[in-house]
Design a protein around this ligand. Structure first.
Ligand code: AMP
Ligand code: ZN
Length: 488
């Protein structure tokens, strides 16, 4: 099999994957901050991490994957400005933070399941690791941190190559950043503008829903600290791959790296493993021009909204697979329609393979080998899922015999995760929430229409069609995909 090659954001190069521990792959993915529902852009990050994990498993590595749940510490700005997102939402909703965290963690897990994202070995919840965070902070405090009234801060000048991941090692870039930080950062007396909080003290006279005792007083951990601690504890430094959305390449991950360098007492980043991981990978953003991606907009784009409008969630997974994870992906309803049609076609093709005898060409073994080789090359080429998808589609009508096609679909879909061997056409027909008509009523009307047409009573047939249209049902005579009707 072709060796796996992945783009490392730290070196800005495609590199061969060589595991730290032979036969294993240890992967940490920055998880959601559970103060609100995830939007579908957030879920792109986990579809990407899932494809990476599935690829590593397919390549035979024993996968140890961690996704964290951030239930404390993430401020409304990724740096040290603003309020804690969890505290803010709890105040707005007049609920306890713990209830907020539980509700949105469960909502996130529902999306994970609906998108056929595999469960990681560990869901690590930040508030379960407070003692470890305090111990980590204590171990680096003397050499790398300083205390202010507002908390304990990491001094970024104490580690080599700070900001390399963000491409921020150039001097003029540093100056620009310093200026930007000054504008948004209200913390006084920091030594360097890029210094960040390891521990945020609860201001005198205030009580917070989430606060813990520490050597620096009552307070809460900084967001960046969480991931360093959970990654190091569950996977051991250095682990193989760290993932996140591309926004994390700018602040969160450079800060994690600085903490890891301090904790491991290792040198600069010309040795990638000194960063705590060998490879840092980032998915690009899902973008939507009208602003519906923002959680602060009224009806923001979450997976449930797509389902409510009658789209199967795997149509969104298909949409993600059609683009390379490092490319920006523009969301549109037309794009989602096209992805759903493509998924339907594939599901129908699998149904055909299941029911019709397929001729087998003379050299089935050679055909299988060449197809799997090309599929393997596409996936190994920094997860080229769009080419892999096309190869899977081509396999659906390959002349290699029914059982062999199904076996290859099983294998290829173990990487792409579209659940093709289990999905049925009926599963893909999701009832839009606003629909008022039932499937039984539609079937009944269509039966009456068929009878009318059989007796050439076209007036009645047209009237039934109009009646259905008035209730949101489009009758689809002669639809190439074999759908008789569509709601929406
Ligand atoms: P958060 O809950 O804000 O920490 O984000 C969860 C994950 O989603 C992180 O890996 C982010 O980098 C990623 N992310 C945020 N917005 C988008 C987007 N529009 N497209 C893709 N990934 C995103
Ligand atoms: Zn993180």
């Amino acid at each position: 099999m072709t060796d796996l090659k992945l783009f490392n954001s730290l070196t800005r190069q495609i590199e061969p994957f060589v595991p730290v521990h032979a036969g294993e792959a240890r992967v940490y993915s920055c998880g959601p901050t559970v103060y609100n529902y995830p939007h579908i852009g957030n879920m792109r990050a986990y579809v990407f991490a899932d494809i990476l994990g599935r690829t590593l498993s397919w390549k035979g590595y024993k996968l140890n994957h961690v996704i964290n749940i951030t239930d404390v510490g993430h401020l409304t700005d990724d740096g040290d400005a603003g309020e804690d997102k969890m505290e803010k939402m709890a105040a707005e909703k007049a609920q306890s933070i713990w209830d907020i965290a539980k509700h949105y963690t469960e909502a996130y897990w529902a999306d994970v399941k609906a998108l056929n994202i595999r469960q990681p070995a560990h869901w690590s919840v930040a508030t379960d690791y407070i003692d470890d965070m305090i111990a980590f902070a204590e171990s680096i405090a003397e050499k790398h941190c300083y205390e202010l009234d507002s908390g304990l801060y990491f001094d970024v000048s104490t580690v080599e190559d700070y900001g390399r991941l963000a491409g921020r090692h150039e001097q003029d870039q540093l100056a620009e950043d310093a200026e930007a930080h000054m504008r948004i950062d209200p913390v006084k007396d920091k030594r360097n503008p890029a210094d960040f909080a390891i521990w945020r003290k609860t201001p005198p006279g205030e009580t917070r829903q989430m606060e813990w005792d520490s050597p620096w007083g009552k307070g809460a951990p900084g967001w960046h600290l969480e991931c360093s601690v959970m990654g190091g504890k569950l996977l051991g430094f250095p682990f193989d791959i760290h993932t996140g959305g591309i926004d994390h390449r700018e602040i969160h991950h450079p800060n994690e790296i600085a903490q890891n360098q301090a904790f491991c007492s290792c040198g600069g980043l010309s040795e990638a493993t000194n960063s705590g991981a060998k490879i840092w990978m980032h998915n690009n953003f899902l973008v939507e021009r009208s602003g519906k991606m923002s959680k602060s907009s009224g009806e923001f784009l979450r997976l449930q909204l797509l389902i409510d409008k009658g789209y199967h969630p795997l149509a969104y997974r298909m949409m993600c697979l059609q683009a390379h994870y490092r490319s920006e992906l523009e969301f549109s309803w037309e794009g989602l329609d096209a992805a759903l049609v493509r998924l339907k076609r594939m599901v129908m093709a699998v149904e055909r393979v299941n029911t019709k005898a397929l001729p087998a060409q003379l050299d089935v073994a050679a055909a299988v080998e060449s197809r799997l080789m090309r599929f393997g090359e596409a996936v190994a080429d920094d997860l080229n899922t769009s080419v892999a998808l096309t190869l899977l589609e081509g396999t659906l009508d390959a002349q290699i015999g029914h059982a062999t096609v199904l076996e290859m679909v099983r294998e290829m879909d173990s990487v792409l995760g579209l659940n093709l061997l289990n999905l049925t056409r009926a599963d893909l027909r999701i009832r839009p929430k606003a629909a008022t008509i039932t499937e039984a009523e539609i079937d009944d009307a269509l039966d009456r229409r068929k009878e009318a047409r059989a007796t050439k009573d076209f007036a009645t047939s047209d009237a039934i069609r109009d009646e259905l249209a008035a209730r949101g049902v489009e009758v689809m005579d002669g639809d190439p995909l074999g759908w008789e009707w569509k709601l929406g």
